[in-house]
Design a protein around this ligand. Structure first.
Ligand code: GCW
Length: 613
């Protein structure tokens, strides 16, 4: 048995490997239920195409009947097994996924590196070619399918050579890869480079040029012939030095529609990322405000996109910071199909060293955004070649939870987490509870010791781990806290950059007034004096100190809780090692941040705790 086979993420109860000859979701559904319920209750799987991706579980005399479309039956089978294994109520009745595309975006490069990857090298690329164990990719497909994920984009949105060749010489390899995921209801997606025609003899990538249009039409035909169920193309254009339509004076609607038309005959979706901003800003410029960028660019284009274009919007207006308000674009694009982009890779949230269960953050996100505002949902992958799949064994909880939230955005983060704990570890009840409590609080703890109160970009610019309060201050990326001896934060009200005006009521007024703005977003929206009195009566500076001291104490307490858990090896040792690093990180954040603000403000801690000079 390979080492990765022993590290089953949440698949502990699914024994053995799914036999290779099973190549349809229906066949897999029959296999999984027969294997799981062997000797006990009987499960009948019945195809009912009308249900599509939905299913119905019906209790029968000696077991259950699962009715569903081809993939729906598979999802029903997995939902039944999950509930049985976790000892939960069986989800009888018809269940359908809320979002049609439930996507994982991998930032894997063909040289084997993973951009912002914290689980080792790529699981399928190495040495500028595909390089993987087919059995492992099938197991990956099984993991994804078991929580309802149905689209997997395998290459980085920053398309580096030779990833361009996924559309030509490497296409047969991509098709072979797609075939490994297909039995689990997972379709491939590819990231493409907007300037790709120019690497193939076309002198321009101008979307209005006929040669470009016909190059893409031919390419789409070739690609969909090789992979007929390809879900679509994912594009990062005019962002962070990537090519795009702006080079030719064309709009993003013109750029996206050209590609969308090329792939429309095959039913593909053209997923166009809205992560576009000026990454060459001068810090002296206090007028340009990066969070405004996407809304300013796309709002005027609402209604101009073809129907198979999907605008993929990061959940917040900046970039996956530990706390951001929901992106105002979700309220501003009534006529454009949108996808929300979440990030499982813990780029700014602890590199899969520090614990950070995302369920509570997503609960807040869906509640603020209103789940109906997007049609699809995507998340940046946290996977890699490490034996345990996700670097930290507990980081698998985020992938698991993403699948369940994408299926049902009303999901309760704690219920989802408890299911993951039960499916992953066979712990005594008390310990199961301890682990769930530990993970449920992990996000709040991380926020306390890193960047509470809506402070953003306090992180080391070189790798996005560890504190550097002024590290981003004089950079080109539009990321400034503008801390001085009197105050910190950016005024984003109508008196400042006006960003808050992009929100509809009641959010606009809520955020605009520091008296009503939630504490955890206060410094995102406002520039405040250190003596500003918060809702709980403490001053701003005291809250900054208190939150950092508290977060660090909480991290230390988490370490003690973790050591009391009888986790199986090697998860136990791995989690302990990472926890030790987390506690070090928390101390570093506490001391660096507190010293930084103490030096500026000259205000002592009211409780006389140690702040270094
Ligand atoms: O935050 C930035 C990351 C980049 C990433 C980019 C994006 C893939 O630091 O590594 O590039 O976001 O989302 O496009």
């Amino acid at each position: 048995m390979a080492d990765w086979e022993k590290r089953r993420a949440w698949l502990r109860c699914l024994n053995g490997a799914v036999p290779e000859e099973l190549d349809t979701p229906l066949a897999v559904a029959k296999y999984e239920t027969a294997a799981y319920f062997s000797g006990g209750r009987k499960v009948e799987i019945r195809l009912d195409r009308e249900l599509g991706e939905g299913y119905e579980i019906i209790e029968t005399e000696n077991g259950w009947l699962v009715r569903g479309g081809e993939t729906g039956a598979l999802y029903g089978a997995y939902a039944l097994i999950r509930a049985c294994e976790a000892g939960e109520e069986i989800p009888v009745g018809v269940q359908k996924p809320y979002y049609g595309l439930r996507m994982i975006n991998c930032w894997d490069n063909m040289d084997g590196t993973v951009e912002r990857g914290y689980a080792g090298r790529s699981m399928w690329f190495e040495g500028n070619r595909f390089d993987y164990e087919p059995a492992r990719i099938r197991q990956l497909g099984r993991m994804l399918g078991s929580v309802g994920i149905n689209v997997f984009c395998i290459n980085n949105v920053n398309v580096h050579q030779p990833a361009q060749h996924l559309l030509d010489s490497l296409l047969p390899d991509a098709a072979a890869f797609a075939a490994l995921l297909r039995p689990f209801g997972v379709r491939l997606m590819l990231s493409i480079d907007f300037s790709q025609p120019m690497q193939n003899g076309v002198p321009t990538a101008d979307p209005l040029d006929e040669r470009v249009q016909s190059w893409w039409a031919d390419t789409a035909k070739r690609v969909w012939t090789a992979i007929p169920d390809l879900a679509g193309f994912l594009v990062k254009a005019d962002s962070e030095h990537r090519p795009g339509p702006n080079t030719y004076g064309r709009t993003h609607a013109e750029g996206a529609n050209m590609l969308a038309r090329a792939i429309a005959p095959y039913g593909g979706s053209l997923v166009w990322r809205a992560f576009v901003y000026n990454c060459m800003q001068d810090w002296r410029d206090t007028v340009t405000d990066r969070p405004r960028a996407a809304y300013d660019l796309y709002r005027p284009l609402d209604g101009a996109f073809d129907s198979n274009v999907v605008l993929q919007v990061k959940y917040g207006p900046y970039d996956f910071q530990v706390r951001e308000p929901v992106s105002p674009l979700f309220f501003g694009m009534e006529k454009t199909p949108m996808a929300a982009e979440l990030q499982l890779a813990q780029e700014y949230t602890g590199h899969q060293i520090d614990l950070y269960y995302m369920g509570p953050a997503w609960r807040e996100f869906f509640d603020q955004m209103g789940k109906k505002r997007v049609k699809f949902i995507a998340a940046v992958s946290n996977l890699g070649r490490d034996d345990c799949w996700t670097g930290h064994p507990f980081a698998a909880a985020n992938l698991f939870a993403f699948g369940l939230f994408a299926w049902n955005p009303d999901a309760d983060p704690e219920t989802v987490l408890r299911q993951w704990v039960k499916l992953t570890y066979a712990l005594p009840a008390g310990q199961e509870n301890k682990l769930a409590v530990l993970l449920m609080q992990s996000r709040a703890v991380y926020e306390n010791y890193t960047a509470p109160l809506g402070l953003c970009w306090m992180v080391r610019p070189e790798n996005h781990y560890g504190p550097s309060p002024y590290g981003y201050e004089f950079q080109l990326w539009g990321t400034y806290n503008r801390a001085d001896r009197n105050a910190v934060g950016v005024d984003r009200t109508a008196n400042g950059t006006g960003y808050v005006e992009q929100y509809p009521e009641p959010l606009r007024s809520l955020y605009a007034d520091p008296q009503t703005c939630p504490d955890n977003l206060l410094l995102f929206f406002h520039r405040l004096h250190y003596g500003f009195v918060m809702k709980d009566g403490r001053t701003l500076i005291q809250r900054i100190y208190d939150d950092h001291f508290l977060g660090c104490e909480q991290a230390e307490a988490m370490a003690a809780d973790l050591s009391a858990l009888d986790l199986p090896s090697p998860d136990r040792e791995e989690a302990a090692r990472r926890m030790e690093a987390q506690v070090q990180n928390a101390r570093e954040w506490r001391d660096v941040t507190n010293t930084f603000f103490h030096r500026f403000s000259g205000v002592d801690d009211a409780q006389g705790r140690k702040i270094y000079d």
